[in-house]
Design a protein around this ligand. Sequence first.
Ligand code: 13P
Length: 250
Amino acid sequence: MARKKIIAGNWKMNMTPSEAVELINTLKPLVVNDEVDVVFCVPAIDIIPAMEAAKGTNIHIGAENMYFEEKGAYTGEISPAMLVDAGVKYVIIGHSERREYFAETDETVNKKVLKAFEHGITPIVCCGETLTQREQGVTIDFVRQQIKIAFLNVTAEQAAAAVIAYEPIWAIGTGKVATTEQAEEVCKAIRECVGEIYDDATAAAVRIQYGGSVSASNAAELFAQADIDGGLVGGASLKPDFGKIVNYGK
Ligand code: 13P
């Protein structure tokens, strides 16, 4: 069965609650496309108003992060049950910015991935190399290790339903997009890695996004690659351009 494309915006630390509602109202007529899953991953405080603003549209509201404990004395964190209660179906896990600025590791990413599945939330599991790693030729080894640890103790059935976002760190917010060959090479390697951990059916089912300076002008070419099932979009997800990315082939 062909994999349905999934195009997600990652708003990062942008948009106040009222700005979020305004942006969704602007974007909702532009992101209509039943052939792809459309997700807006928004700051935690925007989730409820965004959910309300997106009601009756094809937009799914997702979260940008989640903690791996059920509840308790973890000041400032958001629990999986809070996300579920708010109607959230997708959560970004282990974005490189969280790894860099908030000390997330492959191990905490794995805990969060397991917790998300336990609560029926689909994780968008992020991976990707630094420029130094790419220049040293260790990209594939590094990304494979990130994936292997992220999916420790995750069942094949869960992995098949997961979304993986390959985001080379040097391409994030830099306007320096990976070439389609570079992006496809790593996404293919990720799929092979999932196949080694599980089996061919799981590898064929998991959806793999590319992220890093995706724009209206490069989306169609990227998403046409055999192993690229959509994108995780930062900057361009805050603009009407996001409508063009969602409707990339048209
Ligand atoms: P940009 O699209 O702004 O490069 O950000 C990519 C990203 O980090 C999405 O998670």
